[in-house]
Design a binder for this molecule. Structure first.
Ligand SMILES: Nc1ncnc2c1ncn2[C@@H]1O[C@H](COP(=O)(O)OP(=O)(O)OP(=O)(O)O)[C@@H](O)[C@H]1O
Length: 614
């Protein structure tokens, strides 16, 4: 119950619904008990004593009782559904809000599938228990206590004889639930594995086809399908074994009741009406006994589900605002960024950045170069305060970023990530994502600067085109240009381009950069790139290797030093030189061809004119 005590804030506000649900179910159950008594009255007082004039009144009473019971059951259903759904609504909102504020550190380890199942299946389990399960358990106890008490008041010996098989029924029902439950879990697991396999196959169909791995995929799927089939067959086996057994045990108690009750009626120990009432009441007791295993399981399930939800709700947020954190106001921020001897390691990892120092005055352009895994993106992550720095410090305009509110710090920055993420919405909404109250002109202006406007206008619906999930339907370069427009629209004090132009061709990259120079005047820019041409104009270029700065300076300074920068330049320049040579030779070839054609045309002309002269 501890789990449900901790979840109290999400359902306690709905306690009126809970009380209404309990009361209506109790009333419906109590009315259900009136029915066997009416039967008894009908037989003993009406039929046996031949007072048939009472039949219409009694019939009306039965109709009245049944109708009232139905009304209370309806109220119970309605209240329970509202209670469950309102609780789920509160919980869902709280979970979603928490997920928004959990730090990057949490998402480094979180698995999407697991989170989704917590937000759907686990939440539903809690909803069902709070809405129905809890009240149903109460009802089981009430039905058992009321039913047994009424049986005892009729005849206690008959009650004891009838109840002989009950412990066996309860034992079998609990055992059945213990077996059927894992079986159902296996079915769900194999079903989910099968659907994941189908989903992966459809998403990666191009890779499958290009590697001609269709037979392998078919075999892989057949194995999963077989697993699903076997699990279903096993589950049917459990049903087939336990259900008849439970039915026999339940019916045995009815047989005992009829045998001993019949004997008692014959020997005038009880009346016929009392036997019929007992016959009706016994199902009142058998029903809950039959379901007891199900309810126990339901409770343990929802308890485990509640624990998983609490894990998210109580998860420690590593990066959050300090008490009295400073709010940065855009008009006062200059964008002076400093890293002072920063050393940082991700959880359980070696240091990704070591003794990193940087001074980026407002308006400066900083280039970061280095091999994969050298720590370039880490510099950016730390500046965004995705993780808290423990050694050294990072400042913006002299303020330690740990003392600034997260929202106001991130509002000063616009970042274009290495991997572009677009929401499945219109291009207009995707560009306008970071800002509120933006005009169409501003969106178009940003798109023009990012060299995205032309291709957007070529789309049938222009800015109203809806991009598919994760930007499907657009090329890598087009997605990047939309992401750049989104960043430019924010008009940030600090612009971060994390390999943001890797998917566009060189010519477009130069055009985009020209656009940047226009908008980024007076703003601090960080550029991570693999192409030297992208960093050439930076005020300072920092070359990283395994988290350490190995070179720093301007392009001209670095070109004069032996080191990784010059080596990278030579490799890239060699490629370019080859390209230029190739281009030149193609141009030569074309010129020669043209010359040749021109000569032939001239020669033919001369021949013709010669003929005329002749
Ligand atoms: N979220 C993370 N959790 C754990 N380790 C990480 C995480 N992100 C990066 N790393 C590790 O930190 C080191 C630096 O990574 P970083 O992403 O900063 O490199 P990078 O220079 O940007 O590389 P690339 O050019 O490939 O993007 C690498 O060894 C990487 O494996």
């Amino acid at each position: 119950m501890e789990v449900f005590r901790q979840l109290k804030e999400y359902y306690w506000s709905e306690r009126k619904l809970l009380i209404a649900s309990i009361l209506s179910l109790m009333t419906a159950t109590a009315l259900g008990l009136v029915y066997p008594n009416l039967l008894r009255y009908l037989i003993d007082e009406v039929i046996t004593k031949k007072q048939f004039s009472l039949v219409p009144g009694l019939s009306l009473l039965v109709v009245g009782v049944v109708t009232c019971k139905a009304i209370f059951q309806f109220v119970h259903g309605l209240m329970s559904a509202r209670l469950g759904n309102n609780t789920a609504f509160n919980l869902r909102n709280a979970l979603y809000e928490k997920l928004q504020y959990l730090s990057f550190q949490y998402y480094d380890k979180a698995r999407t599938g697991d989170l989704m199942s917590r937000l759907t299946a686990d939440l539903q389990a809690v909803r069902d228990f709070v809405g129905f399960g809890f009240v149903q358990i109460l009802n089981v106890f009430m039905m058992f206590i009321f039913g047994t008490t009424m049986l005892l008041t009729i005849n206690w010996q008959l009650t004891l004889i009838t109840m002989i098989t009950m412990p066996f029924l309860v034992f079998t029902a609990i055992r059945f639930e213990g077996k059927i439950h894992p079986a159902f879990r296996s079915i769900r697991k194999s079903m989910s594995s099968m659907t994941t396999s189908v989903q992966e196959n459809i998403t990666g169909v191009r890779t499958v086809k290009s590697f001609a791995r269709e037979p392998h995929e078919i075999t892989k799927f057949s194995e999963k399908n077989e697993d699903y089939r076997v699990n279903n067959v096993n589950t049917s086996g459990i049903w087939a074994r336990y259900f008849p057994l439970m039915e026999i045990l339940a019916n045995l108690s009815v047989v005992f009741l009829l045998a001993s009750g019949g004997y008692m009626v014959i020997h005038n120990m009880i009346t016929l009406g009392e036997l019929v009432a007992c016959f009706s009441l016994i199902w009142y007791i058998i029903g809950p006994m039959w379901q007891i295993g199900f309810h126990i399981n339901n409770y343990t399930q929802s308890k485990a589900a509640g624990e998983r939800l609490l894990e998210i709700l109580h998860h420690f947020v590593h990066v959050k605002n300090k008490d009295n954190a400073i709010e940065l106001t855009p008009d006062r921020v200059k964008g002076h960024v400093r890293f002072e001897d920063v050393t940082f390691a991700y959880t359980d990892q070696q240091a990704a950045l070591q003794h990193f120092n940087l001074n980026a005055p407002p308006g400066s352009v900083i280039g970061l170069l280095g091999g994969t895994g050298s720590g370039k993106s880490t510099v950016i992550q730390l500046l965004l305060r995705a993780y808290n720095v423990k050694e050294g410090r990072i400042t913006v305009d002299g303020l330690d970023i740990r003392d600034i509110t997260l929202e106001s710090l991130r509002e000063q920055m616009a970042i274009v990530f290495q991997e572009t993420f677009l929401f499945s919405s219109t291009i207009r909404n995707n560009i306008a994502y970071g800002v509120r109250n933006v005009t169409m002109d501003q969106i178009i202006q940003a798109a023009k600067l990012a060299k995205a406007h032309d291709f957007i206008m070529e789309l049938p619906l222009g800015y109203d085109t809806i991009v598919g999930e994760r930007g499907m339907g657009l090329s890598g370069g087009q997605k990047q240009r939309i992401a750049i427009a989104r960043a430019l629209l924010m008009n940030p004090k600090i612009l971060i381009l994390d390999d943001a132009t890797s998917a566009v061709d060189m010519e477009t990259e130069h055009e985009i950069q020209r656009g940047f120079q226009e908008v980024m005047k007076g703003r601090t820019t960080f550029i991570i790139a693999h192409r030297i041409s992208s960093l050439k104009h930076a005020d300072e270029i920092i070359v990283l290797d395994q988290g350490r700065i190995v070179q720093r300076g301007t392009h001209d300074q670095l070109m004069k030093q032996e080191g990784p920068y010059l080596e990278t330049y030579k490799i890239q320049f060699a490629d370019q030189a080859d390209a230029v040579l190739l281009e030149e030779s193609i141009e030569d070839l074309i010129t020669q061809q043209e010359q040749h054609v021109e000569n032939q045309v001239a020669a033919a002309g001369q021949q013709k004119s010669g003929r005329y002269i002749q």
